[in-house]
Design a binder for this molecule. Structure first.
Ligand SMILES: [Zn+2]
Length: 443
């Protein structure tokens, strides 16, 4: 047997691969070269095959793919907890929109950095973000070392980034051009929702997504109210309306999808559209309970997202897996609904599929070296019968003791490689003062 060299050999007691067989390796190792995984398997086999520049013996840890948070508004971390427990429109019109209007590039950049720090800390290695002045989020992602798919939010009304929608298109083109070929950052086209845009905006955005071959993402069927508004404004339900404009297919990523008919679910499966379930945001804003089991049964690829920190109020995908599983059990009154493996799939491989980034979401040869390690000696992780059960039902995200993206360690035992957490904490005090002065009613 010949011995080949690699950059890093990482050993751990348990490796949850999330590969096609959902293989779990006890006493496993991962061989990494550059930003790519070259082999995953039993330690003895890999030790015999690979001569590593560096080896990392993690011991009593669980190594798994980094989580994919498929729906965020990262910079909304600056609104975390500023106003809770309010009706949606009061919350938006009195507390979020007046402050959003005044947001500066510096605050967006700070909010995005804070979001990256939280996601890296809690095991997310890739996120899909829609917000304002997204170039600032891209800058934060680049600095933090995390991976992301980013899109400027497109509205029919002014945003802090543009005075009129016409001015949004060059901003989107510029973002796309700037990050073309970037290893960790991809761009996408993201009109906000059917009720905040026009048919012309949606059509133009779709053409742009097709021209660039990137994903097209929007909030869709978030609540019954949205469906009613769509019927009043366009005479069609949201999905019908999009299809009437020629928008459908596997490049479509729809966040929420709470209010769908069984027939719409079948159509989504047929066209290959992807759904991002955001259970905590849906519960907090009382948008409703998405019928995820029905969607999965219909054959739709369903992944998972936290939504923004203002309506969650965290960006922690472990807690989101837990909520997703529990909420489906209550919705269906069936304890077998959305089991632990299904929740883990939504947070990993399904997210990668939705984002069209197939190198993510699982640990096997040829995939990106995006992985995390959890400390199995934390009290809430003991004893251990079934690792997948713990990931969905027992873990809090704070067991994450190592986060790696593209072969680089971004976080290890409380230390960030490229982020100044103390500096972010100091800045958060100033930003909170700024937000409070502009929101009408705060906690
Ligand atoms: Zn959202």
């Amino acid at each position: 047997m010949s011995i080949s060299r690699c950059d890093l050999l990482l050993r751990a007691d348990i490796i949850v691969t999330q590969d096609a067989q959902r293989r779990i390796v006890e006493g496993g190792a991962v061989a990494i070269d550059g930003g790519t995984i070259i082999e995953v398997g039993p330690q003895a086999e890999l030790d015999a095959r690979w001569q590593a520049e560096r080896s990392l013996d993690l011991g009593r840890k669980l190594v798994m793919p980094g989580l994919v948070n498929a729906h965020t508004h990262a910079s909304m971390t600056v609104f975390r907890g500023v106003a809770d427990d309010l009706p949606l429109m009061t919350w938006l019109t009195e507390n979020i929109w007046p402050v959003e209007k005044a947001l500066s590039k510096e605050i967006i950049h700070f909010g995005a950095l804070l979001a990256c720090a939280e996601m890296i800390r809690t095991g997310t290695t890739c996120f899909c973000d829609m917000y304002l002045m997204e170039a600032e989020t891209a800058r934060a992602v680049d600095e933090a070392g995390i991976r992301a798919v980013l899109g400027e939010g497109i509205f029919a009304f002014p945003s802090p980034a543009y005075a009129k929608t016409e001015d949004a298109w060059p901003i989107i083109e510029d973002l796309h051009a700037r990050y073309k070929g970037h290893g960790r950052i991809r761009t996408a086209i993201m009109p906000h929702a059917v009720y905040t845009t026009t048919p012309e905006i949606l059509k133009r955005s779709w053409e742009l997504a097709q021209a660039h071959g990137c994903i097209w993402k929007t909030h869709l069927s978030e609540s019954e109210t949205e469906t009613r508004t769509s019927l009043e404004q366009f005479g069609r339900r949201p999905l019908d309306y999009l299809e009437s404009l020629g928008i459908s297919g596997s490049k479509c990523v729809f966040a929420h999808c709470v209010d769908l008919t069984p027939e719409e679910m079948v159509r989504m499966a047929e066209t290959g559209a992807h759904v991002v379930h955001c259970p905590q945001s849906n519960m907090k804003l009382t948008s409703g309970m998405a019928r995820i089991e029905d969607l999965r049964r219909a054959g739709v690829n369903v992944c998972l997202g936290t939504d923004g920190a203002a309506s969650n109020n965290d960006l922690n995908m472990f807690l989101e897996m837990n909520s997703a599983a529990l909420l489906q059990k209550v919705r269906t009154m069936d304890p077998t609904a959305l089991n632990a493996q299904a929740a883990l799939d939504m947070a990993t491989v399904n997210g990668a599929k939705a984002l069209g980034w197939e190198e993510l979401g699982c640990l096997e040869a040829g995939k990106a070296a995006d992985l995390i390690a959890l400390d199995l000696n934390q009290p809430n992780m003991l004893p251990l019968y079934n690792p997948v059960s713990h990931l969905a039902y027992a873990a809090s995200g704070m067991e994450v003791c190592l986060t790696m993206v593209n072969g680089k360690i971004l976080y290890e035992h409380g230390r960030y490689a490229a982020m100044d957490m103390d500096g972010l904490a100091r800045e958060a005090v100033k930003v909170a003062r700024w937000v409070k002065a502009r929101a009408h009613k705060t906690n």
